[in-house]
Design a protein around this ligand. Structure first.
Ligand SMILES: Cc1cc2nc3c(=O)[nH]c(=O)nc-3n(C[C@H](O)[C@H](O)[C@H](O)COP(=O)(O)OP(=O)(O)OC[C@H]3O[C@@H](n4cnc5c(N)ncnc54)[C@H](O)[C@@H]3O)c2cc1C
Length: 269
């Protein structure tokens, strides 16, 4: 099975974020591998461990895991983390013209890379922790003409019949869905517990190939991506106001009523 895992480098969730010129100022904060994408990498590793006779991917096994990311050059740090978990190689699409790209442009670029190879399965996180649109997996499936299975809490594959089954977990329940590969699947955090990269994995990742592609390598016109081609525009942004102090109720025998009045006032009940 040839698996591609789409990963995004995002600002550290704990970092104080600022806007600059209608864009999130990513350069001034620490960057990490998007949380949910770690689960997607882990799931790829588990699928290979289940189906490869040697329990591993790589040359001669018939199985491979390729990390795909669109981002600036520093996105290699996030890619190395995915490689140190056990993925085989990676493709980074990096081009100055991509700065300010919206979801449509991001999916266009990722689909161009994925469509040029014969992947069986594309794994994504359900959402990124910075933009949180949760649309890239659906857009990729549409652009590639692949089956789309989202919010997967479990995945099983029968390689002989190219059938994939997921448990799709949403707020309203669990749906079991089947499709034929190739498919794009997005995963939720309940699917597994991502492994920590081992020392051996970290050392091995330094020798793994990260192929860097530009827009011209992909035959994509720079005018179709980037800020000027974005379908949405950030007009204004305000810093979140500091948190106001909470209301403290001392229970002098009337605490229950005070609590109910507070909840009514806030229209919770
Ligand atoms: C006007 C405008 C300007 C923007 N400028 C920038 C910018 O300069 N830099 C920037 O980083 N973002 C920018 N964004 C945000 C950018 O459009 C989104 O980050 C991008 O479209 C992906 O959407 P998302 O992060 O909400 O992904 P989601 O749909 O929430 O992500 C789901 C999954 O898709 C995959 N995925 C998402 N993005 C990538 C990626 N880049 N590479 C590989 N896999 C991915 C991951 O598996 C992820 O878990 C801009 C958005 C707008 C509207």
């Amino acid at each position: 099975m040839k698996i591609a895992v789409c990963v995004k480098q995002v600002p550290d969730s704990w970092a104080e974020k600022k806007m600059a010129g209608g864009l999130l100022d990513r350069a001034s904060v620490d960057a990490v591998l998007n949380d949910l994408d770690e689960y997607a990498v882990e799931e790829a590793l588990r699928l290979v461990e289940t189906h490869s006779p040697t329990g591993a991917s790589g040359e001669g096994s018939g199985h491979s895991i390729t990390i795909i990311s669109m981002g600036p050059d520093r996105a290699t740090e996030a890619i190395r983390k995915a490689l140190s978990m056990g993925a085989d190689d990676a493709i980074l699409i990096s081009d100055p013209a991509l700065s300010g790209s919206d979801a449509l442009a991001t999916s266009l670029v990722l689909a161009a890379v994925i469509g040029a190879k014969d992947f069986d399965l594309i794994l994504c996180g359900t959402e990124s922790t910075d933009a949180r649109m949760s649309v890239i997996p659906a857009m990729l499936a549409q652009r590639l003409g692949f089956a789309q299975l989202t919010f997967a809490g479990s995945i099983s594959v029968v390689p002989e019949t190219s059938q994939i089954t997921i448990a799709r977990m949403t707020d309203v329940g669990v749906e079991n869905m089947k499709a034929k590969l190739p498919a794009v699947v997005s995963v939720i955090e309940k699917i597994n517990e991502p492994r920590y990269p081992s020392f051996k994995g970290i050392m091995a990742s330094k020798k793994k190939t990260i192929e860097v592609k530009t827009l011209s390598d992909l035959g994509i016109d720079p005018a179709t991506v980037g800020m000027s081609a974005a379908w949405s525009e950030v007009k204004d942004a305000q810093a979140r106001p500091p948190r106001a102090a909470g209301v403290k109720v001392v229970d002098d025998g009337n605490g229950g009523n005070a609590l109910v009045n507070f909840l009514v006032e806030k229209r919770v009940i």
